[in-house]
Design a protein around this ligand. Structure first.
Ligand SMILES: NC(=O)c1ccc[n+]([C@@H]2O[C@H](COP(=O)([O-])OP(=O)(O)OC[C@H]3O[C@@H](n4cnc5c(N)ncnc54)[C@H](OP(=O)(O)O)[C@@H]3O)[C@@H](O)[C@H]2O)c1
Length: 352
């Protein structure tokens, strides 16, 4: 239902020019001027960079489920209107502020901003930029900050996943889901049961390294997992769906299992029956990517650097399902919200 309503209110974008102070140049940006309304593409005046800032020529920007929630006013962070969404991007440095020595003009970088990424250029604090190592394409690099950092934080930092353990991941063919499969199998040497909402998604998850699959649109997740692993259950669950899927996943945990709440894509926040935690000595925990950036930057930065390194070494292989042009912003949002996306969706310049 939500997806239908979203679709109805989202025609193609329109282009207009926003007046404002600046240094004479203009660039195009996706703009959310009113919550739950279509985004527009506007020409925005470039601002001068401050001493600690860097201007980046944005080549690719991730489309995250959270961007859509922000534009609906349903995300935990609520920027002041109007704003440009986009939490992660890759590109090349155009200009640096006088105090910046970490990057220089022409460097290839990825950036993490609360917002602002869905634009042709972006001004960002130099501390939230990372150099892209040689051999890692800008396209692949743009997938790392949200999906892969979330996957590594959830599996490694929160659930302390050990080699040989069994990980159940829901929405497994999504951006976060495929990153979880990639990291769990290829970095942590765990075994993955991938749960997703269609056979097509399940077979993609299998091709990307899952050992077993469950299509939860066709019956009980808990029963299907029991058939795969017996009554012992799984060691770790990474859940991005919530509601009944979360509850069935919780009931699929083994003795001393860990479930990490990553999101509520299904729209329902479940309550945890505390008796289930007690009976099998299991732990339920949360993971909020953006909060690590604020509260524990060293961990955030270390994990993002490891993701870049894994990518350079070929240990992880991000799956990019679709690349949209900036002016297709509303189509891109629909693609994700209507559950059509598989792997990461990006905005980008197709020629790069
Ligand atoms: N906590 C964090 O720091 C963090 C970081 C990244 C993402 N997240 C959250 O994780 C979830 C997935 O994010 P993502 O960007 O990776 O998106 P995504 O997986 O690429 O897309 C969302 C997926 O959720 C599943 N889903 C189930 N019910 C749905 C519904 N009613 N409407 C739409 N989708 C539904 C769909 O997969 P199936 O068809 O297979 O069910 C869909 O493909 C979101 O809730 C997001 O906010 C949280």
């Amino acid at each position: 239902m939500a997806a239908v309503a979203w679709g109805r209110c989202f025609p193609r974008v329109w282009l207009r020019r926003r007046a404002g102070p600046g240094c004479g140049r203009h660039y195009r940006a996706a703009l959310c001027a009113e919550l739950k309304q279509p985004l527009a593409i506007e020409e925005v005046a470039s601002c001068p960079v401050r001493p600690h800032e860097v201007r980046v020529d944005v080549h690719f920007c991730g489309v995250n489920f959270a961007d859509i929630l922000v534009c609906r006013g349903q995300y935990q962070e609520k920027p002041q209107l109007p704003f440009t969404p986009g939490m992660e991007f890759s590109g090349t440095v155009l200009e640096t502020g006088t105090d910046v020595s970490t990057v220089k003009e022409g460097d290839r970088v990825i950036g993490v901003s609360g917002f602002n990424g869905m634009a042709e250029e972006c001004i960002i604090d130099h501390k939230t930029l990372w150099q892209i190592p040689e051999g890692v394409p800008l396209r692949e690099a743009a997938t790392l900050p949200v999906s892969y950092v979330t996957a590594i934080l959830a599996l490694e930092h929160r659930a302390c996943t050990r080699p040989g353990e069994t990980v159940l991941v829901t929405a497994a063919a999504g951006a976060t889901g495929l990153a979880v499969i990639d990291v769990a199998t290829n970095v942590l040497q765990a075994k993955v049961i991938a749960a997703a909402g269609s056979d097509e998604k399940c077979s993609l998850a299998m091709r990307k390294g899952a050992q077993s699959i469950v299509n939860y649109s066709q019956g009980s997740l808990k029963e299907a997992v029991r058939k795969l692993v017996g009554s012992d259950g799984v060691n770790v669950v990474i859940d991005a769906v919530g509601g009944d899927v979360f509850l069935e996943a919780l009931r699929s945990l083994a003795w001393e299992g860990r479930i990490v709440v990553v999101g509520f894509a299904g729209g329902t926040i479940a309550s945890v029956p505390a008796n289930l935690l007690l009976l099998k000595n299991v732990s339920a925990m949360g993971l909020y990517w953006g909060r690590y950036k604020e509260q524990n930057f060293p961990v955030f930065s270390r994990i993002l650097s490891s993701a870049l390194q894994y990518c350079q070494q070929g240990r992880i292989q991000p799956h990019i399902g679709a690349v949209f042009k900036l002016e297709e912003v509303n189509d891109a949002f629909l693609h994700v919200i209507q559950r059509k996306s598989m792997g990461k969706s990006l905005f980008g310049r197709s020629s790069v």
